[in-house]
Design a protein around this ligand. Structure first.
Ligand SMILES: O=P(O)(O)OC[C@H]1O[C@H](O)[C@H](O)[C@@H](O)[C@@H]1O
Length: 322
């Protein structure tokens, strides 16, 4: 076919070089993506941990400890570690009792399964408006120790979708075996803030919460109005009153910073170690707790049961407003 005679409209549709595309780069240890509009994300294969999410101006949205260990020898302190199949430890839950804190997903090397992109026609510059990166984990990727401690047939797909306004992370949990098993999962998101003393968290009004810092651990009700402020060590598991469609908003004074919406994830853990940060060897600088707040959507009160052949999906959508 004589290409010079092709109608020009068709020519532009079929010339990929004319359409701005997301750039994805893959190394032995991580996958990074940048949109034509310059937002970017970096994910380590270790734990499928998102370690950076930047807006178009290059401003980082996630807190990552300067002491974070990124070589796969321990879970990453910061970013978005994936918690599965147990949140914390569950000594009384026989099936997960032998697992380390927060399970094995954040300590295992995941496989990169591939990328997909979507274009938006409405914007003036066109091109890719989002890029989705998929990561997989199955018993084949686990250490012998983890396989022995949790001998179930499972498949996980963790997807990270970078868009112009926000970041979505979602997880599909599949029971590919022949017996029923149960799990908990959570996205341990460390959001970066300028100064924790002016941070307000809304969306937790009238929520019941488990305070993990009382002894014994207590269940409480949050007030029906007013924002949550962080003025000391905080470790609470909230169940927002409006169900998983109730978003949580993080503001700096009157300026909205982030909205965290959830899909199928009933709970939101709010964590800040405060000055106990100094007891964690990988939390640097030690006063870094002033620049972070963990807003962790998950399903962690009780257990999700999966019958043989069943699958379950949940996720978070974080919108950055600044
Ligand atoms: O130190 P890690 O194992 O990463 O856990 C860090 C924190 O994770 C969650 O937020 C839990 O609610 C906390 O109890 C825990 O301290």
């Amino acid at each position: 076919m004589d290409r010079s005679k092709k109608p020009s409209a068709l020519q532009s549709l079929t010339s990929p070089s004319l359409i701005p595309q997301a750039q994805v780069s893959i190394t032995d240890s991580q996958v990074s993506a940048t949109l034509p509009s310059r937002e970017s994300v970096e994910i380590l294969l270790h734990g499928a941990t998102v370690i950076s999410w930047k807006d178009a101006s290059g401003a980082e949205k996630l807190w990552l400890s300067e002491g974070a260990v990124l070589d796969g020898s321990k879970p990453v302190r910061g970013g978005i570690p994936v918690v599965f199949p147990v949140f914390g430890t569950a000594p009384d839950h026989a099936a997960t009792a032998k697992l380390p804190q927060h399970g094995f997903a954040r300590s295992s090397r995941w496989e990169f399964l591939g990328k997909s992109t979507s274009e938006s026609s409405g914007t003036k510059d066109g091109g890719d408006s989002s890029v989705k990166l998929d990561f997989g984990l199955s018993p084949n990727n686990l250490s012998e120790e983890a396989k022995k401690a949790w001998p179930y047939e499972f498949g996980l797909i963790f997807s990270v979708t970078l868009g112009r306004e926000g970041l979505t992370t979602s997880i599909v949990v599949q029971n590919v075996g022949e017996s029923v098993w149960e799990f908990q999962t959570l996205m341990h998101t460390y959001l970066k803030v300028k100064d924790i003393s002016s941070i307000l968290v809304s969306g937790l009004e009238s929520a019941s919460y488990v305070d993990k810092l009382t002894s014994p651990i207590s269940t409480n009700m949050s007030p029906s109005s007013g924002n949550l402020t962080i003025t000391a060590k905080t470790d609470r598991v909230y169940t927002p009153a409006g169900g998983p469609s109730d978003p949580v908003t993080v503001s700096d004074g009157r300026k909205k910073l982030y909205t965290v919406a959830r899909d199928n994830l009933n709970e939101v853990v709010i964590w800040n170690p405060w000055t106990d940060a100094k007891t964690m060897g990988d939390f640097k600088p030690v006063d870094g707790y002033k620049q972070m707040i963990c807003i962790e959507p998950g399903t962690v009160r009780g257990w999700q049961k999966l019958e043989a052949g069943e699958s379950w999906e949940g996720g978070q959508i974080i919108t950055a407003h600044y």
